[in-house]
Design a protein around this ligand. Sequence first.
Ligand SMILES: [Fe+2]
Length: 69
Amino acid sequence: SYTFEHMEIASYTILIAAARSLGETEVLRACEENLQEEVAMADWLKSRLPSTTEQFLARAEADSDSAKR
Ligand SMILES: [Fe+2]
């Protein structure tokens, strides 16, 4: 999901440049709003990467323990 958000960020950055070049102010405004949402989501996902990893490892360990019994 974090990687995908960055693909979206790149796409909106391209669309913003194109809209600016073409004088499409309404498209430019909408894309800038969407870009900020994508940046916020990427930041949120990044902030959860460590805890998600730790939770995954804890569950994997728990699953591994129960499989041994
Ligand atoms: Fe997104």
